[in-house]
Design a protein around this ligand. Structure first.
Ligand SMILES: [Zn+2]
Ligand SMILES: [Zn+2]
Length: 176
């Protein structure tokens, strides 16, 4: 099963390329970058000044029938669901679609100081995490596992960047 990454208002070509390379190392599946015609402004909340991720995923569902595999929408804009202040990502449990925002994975967001290496590590963790949900995984209690919940950036940094043995068994095409 292939993995498709769809950048939407995503501005870092090197980060995208590094993510593709990393996922290619981790999965036996082919990793593709695809162009989806989605206008994110349709999903912008002027009240919250954020983009409504569930609606973005719903729009992507209309456009991606021809892609057989898992799809990650990758964006720089800040995303939300109504009950939460912000989210790093959202995924359909045991489904095809997920979205990941790197907006709050940038170290500048917190300390004002850029750290590209840390941004990459965080992006890999959260991309694997959202993919994990698409493969049917729920949150894991193991802190070494990338499926541990990470509501804030501290948890993203603390948790591991691999799937634990229990989680890994559910992921198709993951190299161990
Ligand atoms: Zn999660
Ligand atoms: Zn796990």
């Amino acid at each position: 099963m292939d993995i498709f990454i769809a950048p939407l208002k995503f501005y870092s070509a090197p980060l995208l390329q590094n993510l593709v390379t990393e996922l290619s190392k981790r999965f036996s599946s082919a990793i593709h970058v695809i162009d989806l015609k989605i206008n994110l402004e349709d999903f912008f909340s002027t009240e919250r000044e954020q983009y409504f991720s569930t609606q973005i995923i719903a729009e992507a569902m209309k456009l991606t029938d021809k892609f057989d595999g898992k799809i990650i929408l990758l964006t720089d804009v800040d995303i939300f669901v109504p009950v939460l202040t912000f989210i790093f990502g959202e995924a359909q449990l045991n489904g095809k679609h997920s979205i990941l925002s790197v907006c709050r994975l940038h170290e500048e967001f917190y300390s004002g100081v850029s750290d590209e290496h840390l941004l990459f590590q965080r992006t890999v963790k959260e991309a694997l995490h959202e993919l994990g949900h698409c493969y049917g995984l729920r949150h894991c209690v193991d802190w070494d596992c990338v499926m541990h919940s990470s509501p804030g950036i501290e948890e993203v940094d603390i948790k591991g960047n691999i799937f634990c043995r229990k989680c890994i068994s559910k992921i198709e095409g993951y190299k161990t």
